[in-house]
Design a protein around this ligand. Structure first.
Ligand SMILES: [Zn+2]
Length: 87
């Protein structure tokens, strides 16, 4: 059973849902997945050990610290996907 995860994935997915309408690229599932994957490739992974059934207590702190980086990466990723859509 996996006991760790990359918190950056949750941040990117969360911000993507918030920003999707303002990114200016296609919002089909394929394109949004491409944006998320591209952004994650340009962001540092943040692996944490997940307590069984417990919430990640540092999540909110992390979120604030890296929000700007996540948004910048998503905007850049959306630009790439917009220019090279795979759908
Ligand atoms: Zn699309």
């Amino acid at each position: 059973m996996k006991k760790y995860e990359n918190m950056m994935e949750a941040f990117v997915e969360g911000e993507l849902q918030v920003m999707r309408s303002s990114l200016g690229c296609c919002t089909c599932e394929q394109c949004l997945n491409d944006v998320a994957a591209h952004a994650l490739n340009h962001l540092p992974p943040r692996y944490v050990v997940t307590p069984a059934g417990g919430a990640i207590s540092k999540a909110d702190t992390m979120r604030i610290q890296h929000l700007t980086d996540v948004r910048t990466a998503l905007i850049q990723a959306a630009q790439v996907v917009k220019e090279n859509p795979r759908h």
